[in-house]
Design a binder for this molecule. Structure first.
Ligand code: AMP
Ligand code: MG
Length: 319
């Protein structure tokens, strides 16, 4: 039977037995398993219905002992690690053979993150292995930012959810590939490109990774699906085409005339992109299909975390 609580020993015990446990992180909740145990990792893919070509991120308390898992870290890791880890940044590095191919979907690289959430850190410190953990939602659905979101989807299939309260960042980590000649951001997320550039003191490019941008058509479309059609763009032009009574809205700081109050989600009245990012997934989940026909989502400022917010909304809009 599913239990929710803050019992780290219990979570650690289940993970040691090769079971899957939901864990809190500052980005989103994860479905975690022993990253060195292929059978345990296979259960994560199965539970999420995640295709095996989509690699998982491994989570560690710190870089102590990192050389067991990665061959080398390259010239840019140290500065980024000191500035941003623990936190919402994931490094793609050449993997050691100890990391199963299932975790990396056959890639010669592994994605590594050091989460900042205190409960998650305590759990990782108590374990002799890293945790492989994707977001704790069914493949293609909105990522969970509260323990209850996880319970809603995995009630029958999980034994324990470690409850660490609402996720502070609320967006997945920013992924940076440090395995090539120059650093390359593969996924926009909870740490901005501007912050990364400031620390490295140089231009850093963003290219979607091939796994999150697969060649097979339609794969991308399912991502972050709120289960209701969503239009993303300039609100003034979107509003021209709709019956406002039957709309939900997601906007940055302003209310929208004509849309019923209880169907509006203003993510940050004071205009703070960090606050808006932390509220985004909760807002996407909060609409009821019987109340509205469409969710109108504003194009956020294309800077800082606004870029990651727009990325998620754009993908939520593809049907
Ligand atoms: P998540 O769904 O948050 O667990 O993030 C996993 C994502 O990290 C994948 O969908 C990839 O986009 C990216 N990723 C993980 N491992 C690698 C890797 N070795 N090389 C490139 N991208 C990776
Ligand atoms: Mg995910």
């Amino acid at each position: 039977m599913l239990k929710m609580g803050n019992d780290i020993k219990r979570a650690a015990g289940l993970l040691q037995e090769g079971k899957v446990v939901a864990i809190p992180t500052e980005t989103v909740y994860g479905l975690a398993a022993n990253a060195l145990d292929t059978k345990a990792v296979a259960q994560v893919f199965e539970l999420k219905k995640r295709p095996a070509f989509d690699p998982l991120i491994i989570h560690l308390a710190s870089a102590d002992g990192l050389e067991q898992y990665v061959k080398n870290t390259g010239p840019n890791f140290k500065a980024l690690y000191e500035a941003f880890s623990p936190g919402p940044i994931t490094y793609v590095l050449p993997k050691q053979s100890l990391i199963p191919d299932l975790v990396t979907a056959g890639h010669p690289t592994v994605a590594v993150r050091f989460p900042a959430h205190p409960l998650c850190r305590q759990l990782l410190e108590s374990l002799p292995f890293p945790l492989a953990a994707p977001s704790a939602n069914l493949f293609g659905k909105v990522s969970p930012t509260e323990a209850q979101h996880v319970a809603d989807q995995f009630e029958d299939s999980l034994e324990y959810i470690l409850n660490g309260g609402p996720a502070a960042v609320g967006l997945e980590s920013t992924i940076i590939d440090l395995s090539g000649e120059s650093p390359l951001v593969l996924r926009l997320g909870g740490l901005s490109m501007e912050d990364i550039r400031a620390v490295l003191g140089k231009e850093v490019k963003y290219t979607k990774s091939s796994s999150s941008n697969p060649k097979a058509p339609g794969m991308l479309s399912a991502h972050y699906s709120p289960g209701i059609p969503l239009s993303h763009g300039n609100l003034d032009s979107l509003l021209d085409k709709v019956d406002r009574q039957r709309c939900g809205s997601i906007s940055f700081c302003k209310r929208i005339a004509g849309i019923p109050e209880n169907q509006q989600r203003v993510l940050s009245p004071k205009g703070d992109l960090k606050e808006a990012a932390s509220k985004l997934f909760g807002a996407l989940r909060s609409f009821k299909a019987e109340d509205i026909d469409v969710i109108l989502a504003e194009e956020f400022p294309n800077e800082g975390l606004g870029r990651a917010i727009n990325d998620r909304l754009k993908r939520a809009s593809v049907s």
